[in-house]
Design a binder for this molecule. Structure first.
Ligand SMILES: [Mg+2]
Length: 205
């Protein structure tokens, strides 16, 4: 069991990838993403094919110095390390061929604080990785991941975005999902994630 009982998604959880994508979309296609859209698959709202989107994504992944870091992200991860002496874990579904760029971005986020970076295996779900490592909590902005992870019995925190709304009755029925406004949410509760006990859902979200 890890000393830190929470792990983190990278893009649009700790760093704002969509803002960089939006800049590339504007530079190369002359339009920005709509103000609001309701799906993680952005090919509709971006008016691009999946191939065109990945062409942009790969350029975005290379542009590591451009990524805004979400408020509280560095502080939460650094403090978890300070409390436990264990490097916090970031689990991302980014493509393995962008491993070096992904590492460099996380290094920029974490500065001198040690970290564990895991690139999700294509044949394994995020829930599978988290269960194998023994994590009880995970933070992810993608609705599908949050539902999968919650179903696997892991408490999922979801930073609220326009594209990831989950109906309130589904959240209530799950009992394992906490919708949060962002990484700063965790600052008052950090020591609770540094113990092995699973914290109560209503306490943290
Ligand atoms: Mg994400």
């Amino acid at each position: 069991m890890p000393e830190i009982n929470i792990a983190f998604d990278l893009d649009d959880t700790l760093v704002n990838m969509m803002s960089v994508f939006d800049d590339y979309l504007e530079a190369q296609h002359g339009r920005r993403m709509p103000e609001s859209y309701d799906q993680f698959d952005i090919s509709g709202p971006a008016q691009l094919t999946k191939k065109e989107i990945w062409f942009l994504f790969y350029q975005v992944f290379d542009d590591i110095n451009r990524f805004p870091i979400y408020p509280g992200a560095r502080e939460v991860l650094t403090k978890l390390y300070e409390i436990t002496g264990e490097p916090p874990c970031i689990l991302t579904a980014r493509p393995h061929r962008k491993a070096s760029e992904t590492y460099a971005l996380v290094k920029r986020l974490m500065k001198k604080t040690p970290f564990t970076l895991i690139l999700q295996h294509p044949d394994m779900s995020k829930a599978g990785h988290l269960m194998a490592m023994g994590y009880g909590h995970y933070v992810d902005d993608r609705r599908k991941n949050v539902l999968d992870i919650a179903r696997a019995g892991i408490h999922a925190f979801m930073p609220e975005r326009c594209y990831n709304q989950i109906p309130a009755d589904v959240i209530k029925a799950s009992g394992n999902i906490g919708v949060i406004d962002g990484m700063t949410h965790f600052l008052p509760y950090l020591s609770q994630f540094a113990t092995k006990k699973v914290i109560r859902h209503d306490l943290a979200a």
